[in-house]
Design a protein around this ligand. Structure first.
Ligand SMILES: [Zn+2]
Length: 163
């Protein structure tokens, strides 16, 4: 199999943009372009059987910091919105939008913390790691990632007889 090209935000073959949320994603880095159907390597994906599960995934401390920040923004935005409605009889659009957006984000972070504390997140990540192991048990796939520069553990690579 030929070495796959790495994508840097766009498909290396046809230039189609690759949507990204800027966050680490877990799954196969080998992705197929929706437009030209060619395969490329997207380094924003981590193959868990190679990289291991990053500690940051389970960091409650980081999430509490984020929650505090979001909470402060929500309280300020909601407070200003209410004040504006009461004193001026009009709804401040920016303040209103900021409150509406930050509240579900707070709920999401809280939910995420709960998933970590109850051990559900660990189970979920372990499942993803098993899926990753299963993908890598295909020697052709393992070799493809190896060729693309991933530190694929030896046990996944087909025994080579170099004479
Ligand atoms: Zn393409």
């Amino acid at each position: 199999m030929e070495t796959l090209k790495k994508a840097h935000g766009v498909c290396p073959y046809c230039g189609k943009g690759i949507p990204s949320n800027g966050q680490m994603q877990f799954g196969s880095p080998v992705q197929t372009c929706k437009r030209c159907k060619k395969q490329y390597v997207d380094t924003s994906y981590q193959e868990l059987a190679i990289s291991g599960i990053p500690d940051a995934v389970f960091s409650v401390k980081n999430r509490l910091k984020l929650l505090t920040l979001l909470g402060v923004i929500f309280v300020v935005a909601a407070g200003l919105t209410v004040q504006c409605i009461v004193t001026q009889g009009s709804v401040p659009v920016k303040g209103f939008i900021a409150s509406v957006l930050t509240l579900p984000m707070c709920v999401y972070v809280l939910w995420d913390i709960l998933q970590i504390k109850t051990g559900r997140k660990l189970k979920k990540m372990e499942r993803k790691r098993e899926e990753s192991e299963a993908r890598l048990s295909d020697p052709v796939y393992a070799q493809t990632l190896h060729d693309a520069g991933y530190a694929v553990p030896e046990r996944f690579l087909r025994q080579r007889y170099d004479l």
